[in-house]
Design a binder for this molecule. Structure first.
Ligand code: SF4
Length: 125
């Protein structure tokens, strides 16, 4: 009897657990958010390589190929609403090579992503 009760309890808890997990797994549908889309990868232009985010200059400037990876504790100004369009593509130092990559006059060891950012960003005129 005791063993049967425990098994019953176990099954009930399992059902509750799976229901809870499926609710959290489907969170985006429940609260109406779009699931995160895969970012489209644009090939790096022939003969080029991306600037390493570990490059000392890149690190000093807080550079990331994806501006969303910015350390907002170090660079809180990047989180301000008026900064959302501050990406390499809109930077005065940037020269576009294709739809995903370009050259930066400051980080010259490779190419930078259109959607990158560093603290040397300045508005393209
Ligand atoms: S200077 Fe401009 S183009 Fe170069 S990495 Fe920084 S934001 Fe991007």
């Amino acid at each position: 009897m005791m063993e049967q009760f425990s098994r019953k309890q176990f099954v009930k808890r399992l059902v509750v657990l799976f229901t809870t997990l499926s609710l959290f797994g489907g969170e985006s549908e429940i609260i109406g958010k779009e699931p995160k889309k895969e970012e489209k990868l644009i090939p790096i232009p022939d003969g080029e390589k991306p600037v390493s985010e570990n490059d000392p200059t890149a690190q000093a400037l807080g550079f990331h190929h994806n501006a969303k990876d910015t350390d907002f504790i170090l660079f809180p100004e990047r989180k301000l609403p008026q900064s959302k369009n501050q990406v390499c593509l809109q930077c005065a130092q940037f020269t576009k090579l294709n739809d995903g990559w370009g050259k930066c006059t400051i980080l010259t060891s490779g190419v930078v992503s259109n959607m990158g950012w560093c603290s040397a960003w300045s508005k393209k005129s």
